[in-house]
Design a protein around this ligand. Structure first.
Ligand code: AMP
Ligand code: GLY
Length: 423
């Protein structure tokens, strides 16, 4: 079978890598892909929002399964389009992807179906939003309603900061349309975890636990990014927390979406805040996390293709996923300046040395090829992912890889996985 993966980041490199291992697969394409992906699959120069182009390509090539990485094509309705044309595709339909594309929708859904989440209200006007902030005080969290590449959330430590964020968003200066509605919510304390599950709209198969590191600097300081590193398993997800996440978050959400006439099929990602025995949902994503996907897929023992096919077919009952009894840690190496304006075109050295290390894989996210050499071309450049018997071993492995790679201005966190060691 031929498989087409849509996207160009580290997550898609990991998906392509895992899918290419399947004995069911003869060829993997990736649109648009990246130079790292190009080493193990065929890149197709089509952008993720070129829905007609992607459909035509899949039809012409006789692609048996298309797998969607990022949220944009999902929210544009790529799954609906492919299904209308009888093409098999893994991902959430447009009306289900709204769970990520609109924070107001997802908060209202959680409220209606009793999915534990922070207390909140939705605003389109500045004055009532300011009154809400003054009533509840800081710290308080302001979120742009629409898609903002993980950057539309302001955790405000003062009322002034929250009010400034509301003014920026509602005046349309920040995030354009995505900020024309805001969610303002209670600040939650605790430790975050990423809880992902495959679902066909009824049955739910959880993936292994994972934890992301959203802040740019060590010790969770500095502005939020798309994610600076991730590991799996995450010991903060104890068996009791896992059971709660399944019963109170996943089950209620999947059933709620079905009841709303928006059956959710695909991978559902819940960002959880865990505080002692309390589990609250910060957000939902309609896709694999990036970088969580990298360590998760390095730990997945089962062939991923049968489960992706079963989700696309709408029936995963009776299926199981096996995991390697190892830990995996992904450290993101970023361009100088990221998450602000960042440098591009810096030559990357040390990739061959890293490739020679066992149980290590370097997933490309923002690279380009220039004269046969790899250069930086994005904010998050590489996801250096190591595997080991314990989280400590996997951390050591990942940083062994990181230390062999360099370029001008590179930066990365030095404490990825540290929280797991404290437990
Ligand atoms: P979101 O995109 O909604 O997950 O928000 C991005 C990040 O902002 C989360 O991963 C948290 O680190 C932080 N955050 C979001 N909502 C809250 C909240 N209610 N309380 C504390 N931190 C939050
Ligand atoms: N790593 C967080 C996300 O994919 O949204």
């Amino acid at each position: 079978m031929k498989v087409l993966v849509i996207g160009s980041g580290g997550r898609e490199h990991a998906l392509v890598w895992k899918i290419a291992h399947s004995p069911l697969v003869e060829e993997v394409f990736c649109a648009p892909g990246n130079p790292g992906i190009g080493r193990i699959a065929t890149n197709v120069p089509l952008s993720v929002d070129d829905l007609p182009g992607l459909l035509a390509f899949a039809k012409n090539e006789g692609v048996g399964l298309t797998v969607v990485g990022p949220e944009l094509p999902l929210s544009l309705g790529i799954v609906d389009l492919f299904e209308e044309h009888g093409m098999k595709i893994f991902g959430a339909r447009r009306n289900a992807a709204l769970i990520e594309a609109s924070k107001a929708f997802s908060k209202d859904l959680m409220k209606k179906y009793h999915v534990p989440t922070a207390f909140y209200e939705v605003f389109t006007e500045i004055d009532p939003a300011v009154a809400f902030i003054e009533k509840h005080g800081a710290p308080i969290v302001v979120k742009a309603d629409g898609l903002a590449a993980g950057k539309g959330v302001i955790v405000a430590l003062t009322e002034e900061e929250a009010i400034a964020a509301v003014r920026e968003m509602l005046s349309g200066n920040a995030f354009g349309d995505a900020g024309s509605r805001v969610v303002i919510e209670e600040f939650l304390r605790g430790e975050e975890a990423s809880f992902l599950a495959f679902t066909d709209g009824r049955n739910i198969i959880p993936l292994a636990s994972a934890q992301d590191h959203k802040a740019v600097y060590d010790g969770d300081t500095g502005p939020n990014t798309g994610g600076m590193g991730a590991y799996s398993p995450a010991p903060v997800v104890t068996p009791a927390i896992h059971a709660k996440a399944m019963d109170e978050v996943m089950r209620r959400t999947v059933d709620g979406m079905a009841a709303e006439g928006r059956p959710y099929r695909g991978v559902l990602y819940a960002g959880l805040m865990i505080d002692g025995e309390s589990v609250k949902t910060l957000e939902f994503n309609a896709r694999f996390g990036d970088p969580e996907c990298q360590p998760l897929l390095m730990r997945m023992k089962s062939d991923i293709v049968p489960i992706l096919m079963a989700v696309a077919d709408g029936d995963i009952s009776g299926m199981e996923i096996e995991w390697h009894d190892m830990a995996a840690v992904c450290v993101v190496m970023a361009s100088g300046g990221y998450p602000g304006d960042y440098r591009k075109g810096d030559e990357i050295s040390g990739l061959d040395a890293a490739a020679a290390i066992d149980d290590l894989f370097v997933f490309h996210a923002g690279t380009a090829e220039k004269g046969g050499r790899f250069v930086t071309s994005g904010g998050r450049v590489l996801g250096v992912t190591g595997r080991g018997g314990t989280v400590a071993d996997a951390i050591a492995k990942a940083y062994e890889g990181v230390e062999s790679i360099s370029w001008e201005g590179v930066h990365y966190r030095r404490d990825i996985g540290k929280k797991a060691l404290g437990r």
